[in-house]
Design a protein around this ligand. Structure first.
Ligand code: HEM
Length: 146
């Protein structure tokens, strides 16, 4: 018989790998937006950013988020974490982070259609938000203060 305790180190490793890839992308994409906002629409530079942004979102950020959710929810269910306070708080932040992810995907689409709506300063601010979420989520998952 094998139970959660046998699989937990493997699931957690997979979880951390997925989370690192997701976060790396969530920090890099708005940085690309900062520079893209300063490039002239239709210029060679702007077209290069479009390719970088599309590939980053489709090949790294989206699959990494899906994997982090699947493995995370598997651990939450198998490990019986659904009743715990830290997990509720983490879940609320994860939903907020996923909404931010959707907003990034939307802004990428706008750039791809040459109709970006925001200045570089806006993306510079948005670049800090995933960092804040990451700090709070890691503390909740490791310290488990409640
Ligand atoms: C995407 C949805 C996510 C779900 C459903 C989820 C769920 C979980 C669960 C249930 C555990 C406990 C596993 C165990 O110890 O048996 C865990 C561990 C952990 N999670 Fe997540 N997680 C998610 C995303 C994230 C994100 C985005 C981060 C970091 C930014 C993160 C960081 C961690 C860390 C550091 C641990 C290790 C805690 C420890 O074992 O001491 N997770 N996660």
């Amino acid at each position: 018989m094998t139970g959660y305790a046998d699989w937990q180190p493997w699931l957690l490793s997979l979880h951390i790998i997925a989370v690192i890839a997701w976060m790396a992308g969530m920090l890099y994409l708005p940085r690309l937006f900062v520079y893209h906002a300063g490039a002239k629409p239709g210029s060679e530079l702007s077209e290069t950013f479009k390719v970088m942004e599309r590939r980053l979102l489709r090949m790294i950020i989206n699959p990494a988020m899906i994997l982090a959710w699947i493995v995370g929810l598997t651990m939450a269910t198998w490990g019986h974490y659904w009743g715990e306070g830290w997990f509720h708080a983490k879940l609320a932040l994860l939903i907020a982070l996923s909404i931010l992810h959707a907003a990034f995907a939307r802004w990428r689409r706008h750039f791809a259609q040459d109709r970006n709506l925001h200045p570089a300063k806006f993306y510079r601010m948005m670049n800090e938000v995933p960092t804040l979420f990451m700090i709070l989520i890691v503390i909740l998952a490791i310290v488990r203060p409640f």
